[in-house]
Design a protein around this ligand. Structure first.
Ligand code: GDP
Ligand code: IMO
Ligand code: MG
Length: 435
């Protein structure tokens, strides 16, 4: 019953897409279990670049089942555009399956996302405006559309009738633009979705559990990161789903004892998109240097990512919330050519040293980082040799940096990533992930 999960250990964009793609070589099934097309996962294979939002990264490799679990919110319109993108790049979607319990993101959710953000004024979250929050609100309020509804026309019509009126009233109240659709036009649009993917909609919990029973290799692909978790993240500056380990059970329909290893994807420094506290965040030239070296531009929104040093208080919180059994440390190459590299090991808040992430946002905002200074390393010019010869060929100071993090978190950094390409990956387990 082998299963692996990949979860972001920070505020998203840690390189989960790349690591999922790397590990999916021997997977039979790749499963998304939360979030929606607020995610932006980049996969680079030679000269092909994939930017996936709603599709599981498994679609990039032929012959895998790519499953959208019940915990995901799906924008069918945008998913179909993405399907075109992968088809044009020589992949197929034969393995795509969508949970009948997955909720749908509608146009009015996107409008509400914009209207709610405008209404919040100074308290803006800085969402991706993809309608994620409003879609999850409807799920909790028990009025959402589920993918399975597309297969039940009478139920669908009844829901459409209720929801168009309800959402337009809500949009009017928030000063948002109303939806132009009628019951007939929305029904026709949704029938188009049924036509396109209706035969992919099924009970994905049964599919995943059957695969596990059969001994197939199942890879769970997290979106966002632990700090954006609705419960355990920097609330209210979070997304609306369960991004930590527990989200796998509820969002894929698998029991806790079916989750094998959990790989924490940890960027060698920290980035964050949108608002909210960022204790190790940098300003000015220092921030710019990381932004430029790391190419830190958001895949989904095109916004520049805020950048700062590695925060081990954050990483410890993520490790505790997700139960990481391995780390995949990414983007170490971006730290080349620094004389010294600060790593945050604790916070100072109101004169006290704090080792665990506080729940209070105002305490987070007052927190000062306590830094340990690590020795930097010079860049090397033969990445291929490093990839070929493995971990020991890395500069000693870089190994020192990695091993400090391993000791601090008590989790081995089994994967080290030194470039965006699938090949620029050092696998310290020599590919033995599914034994
Ligand atoms: P995700 O959302 O966690 O999948 O990450 P994103 O794709 O949003 O952002 C990570 C970015 O870093 C992408 O542009 C990747 O191609 C790139 N990347 C991943 N790993 C590495 C690495 O080790 N080094 C460098 N330089 N870039 C990387
Ligand atoms: P991947 O999977 C980085 C952030 C948004 C915003 C907050 C809430 O690529 O790592 P939402 O639209 O979800 O309601 O926005 O969460 N956010 C992400 N930041 N990477 C992501 O996904 C993100 N998905 C959402 O910027 O601050
Ligand atoms: Mg991303």
């Amino acid at each position: 019953m082998p299963s692996l999960a990949i979860i972001g250990a920070q505020w998203g964009d840690e390189g989960k897409g790349k690591i999922t793609d790397y590990l999916s070589g021997e997977a039979d099934m790749v499963v998304r279990f939360q979030g929606g097309n607020n995610a932006g996962h980049t996969i680079i294979v030679g000269d092909r670049v994939f930017k996936l939002h709603g599709l599981p990264s498994g679609v990039v490799r032929p012959g895998k089942l790519a499953v959208i679990g019940n915990g995901v919110v799906v924008n069918m319109e945008e998913l179909l555009v993405e399907v075109e993108h992968v088809l044009e790049n020589g992949c197929n979607i034969d393995g795509l399956r969508i949970s009948d319990r997955a909720h749908l993101i509608m146009n009015y959710h996107k409008k509400l996302d914009g209207a709610e953000e405008a209404y919040r004024g100074k308290g803006v979250v800085g969402t991706t405006k993809k309608g994620i929050g409003p879609a999850y609100q409807d799920k909790m309020a028990r009025i959402g559309f589920r993918a399975g509804d597309l297969l039940e026309e009478d139920l669908l019509k009844e829901k459409i009738r209720f929801l168009i009126g309800y959402k337009n009233d809500l949009l009017g109240m928030l000063g948002g633009e109303r939806c132009g659709c009628t019951v007939e036009s929305l029904f026709a649009k949704m029938m188009g979705w049924k036509e396109a993917v209706g035969d992919r909609i099924c009970d994905t919990s049964v599919l995943i559990n059957d695969a596990l029973d059969a001994g197939d290799n199942v890879l769970f692909e997290g979106a966002q990161g632990a700090m954006l978790d609705i419960d355990h993240g920097t609330y209210p500056y979070v997304t609306s789903s369960a991004t930590c380990g527990g989200g796998i059970c509820t969002g894929a329909g698998v029991a806790p004892n079916r989750i094998g290893q959990v790989i924490g994807c940890l960027k060698a420094y920290t980035t964050r998109v949108g608002e909210g506290p960022f204790v190790t965040g940098l300003q000015g030239e220092e921030e710019r240097r990381l932004q430029v070296k790391g190419g830190e531009i958001g895949v989904t929104t095109g916004r520049s990512r805020r950048c700062g040093w590695l925060d081990l208080v954050v990483a410890e919180h993520a490790t505790r919330m997700c139960g990481f059994t391995s780390l995949a440390m990414t983007k170490l190459d971006v730290l080349n050519d620094y004389e010294e590299i600060p790593v945050c090991t604790a916070y100072r808040i109101d004169g006290e040293t704090v080792e665990h992430l506080p729940a209070s946002i105002s305490r987070m905002q007052r927190a000062e980082p306590v830094y340990k200074t690590m020795k930097g390393w010079k860049s090397w010019n033969d990445t291929e040799a490093v990839v070929r010869e493995g971990y020991d060929a890395l500069p000693a100071e870089m190994r020192g940096y990695i091993e400090y993090v391993e000791d601090f978190l008590k989790v081995p950094a089994d994967i080290v990533s030194i470039g965006p390409d699938r090949n620029e990956t050092i696998d310290r387990r020599g590919g033995r992930w599914w034994d």
